[in-house]
Design a binder for this molecule. Structure first.
Ligand SMILES: O=c1ccn([C@@H]2O[C@H](COP(=O)(O)O)[C@@H](O)[C@H]2O)c(=O)[nH]1
Length: 236
């Protein structure tokens, strides 16, 4: 695997044509594309298929968070799209995570497509300690991420989403094949925006990130391809 294959670019847009154009430009520069709530709510499965036709792995980041039966149904609905990675929230609990992982396997077999990695979002990278306290979580961000990491691994998930700051803590409670998907990536000098727990791409990879999720530092650059290339080069 080339270091740049670890980079998935977040295409947070409501415009399918724009997403397809950027995916074409970034093909070969980064490893895949991430389509999330903004894109999917506007462009739906048809938009997903158009980006997928560009021929790169797609991370479908819809962060399912509901009761087990509903999450299983949502996974059945998106399974024919054959995403490489699919997100759910670990805070949906162990039964929901087990059902999600089982359903993804069953549906991939039925559709004759590879099973996606089902990965659990732990604590969003836009939250810090005071935000956790505001929602009644008195543990530290690190302790809470480690607890959810262990729960996700024991519930059959393939990996988890955490900030670069918790990579070592997550690794300590999971086995090496458990995938660590890491947003909150900011090259030196980039605006953090709404992200509160950030590191540079190089630091995140050195700490052990499997996948780097990077949006605005690429998509909002005056030259997105050059920005992506500079990030990829920093990992080499
Ligand atoms: O904890 C999380 C989970 C998901 N995300 C998503 O990653 C990208 C990050 O985009 P940037 O522009 O690089 O901030 C975005 O699509 C989020 O939905 C996250 O940031 N944090």
């Amino acid at each position: 695997m080339k270091p740049s294959d670890r980079i998935f670019c977040a295409l947070d847009t409501t415009d399918t044509d724009q997403a397809v154009a950027l995916a074409r430009e970034l093909k070969g520069v980064v490893g895949g594309m991430k389509l999330g709530l903004e894109f999917y709510c506007a462009c739906g499965a048809e938009g997903f298929k158009k980006v997928s036709e560009v021929g790169m792995p797609i991370f479908l980041d819809l962060k399912f968070h509901d009761i087990p039966n509903t999450v299983a149904g949502a996974i059945r609905s998106v399974a024919p799209l054959a995403p490489r990675i699919l997100t759910i929230h670990t805070q949906g609990g162990p039964e929901m995570m087990r059902r999600a992982a089982e359903t993804a396997k069953e549906e991939a077999a039925k559709n004759g497509v590879p099973t996606p990695w089902v990965v659990g979002v732990t604590i969003l990278t836009s939250l810090d300690q005071s935000d956790l306290q505001a929602i009644g979580v008195s543990d530290s961000v690190g302790d809470q991420v480690a607890r959810l990491a262990s729960l996700a691994a024991h519930s059959g998930l393939d990996g988890m989403v955490c900030s670069p700051k918790e990579i070592s803590l997550a690794r300590a409670v999971t086995n090496p094949s458990f995938k660590l998907i890491v947003p909150g990536i900011r090259p030196a000098g980039s605006a953090a925006g709404d992200q509160k727990r950030v590191m540079t791409p190089q630091e995140a990879v050195t700490n052990g990130a499997d996948v780097l999720v990077i949006g605005r530092p690429i998509t909002e650059a005056s030259d997105p391809v050059a920005a992506a290339r500079a990030i990829a080069d920093s990992l080499a």
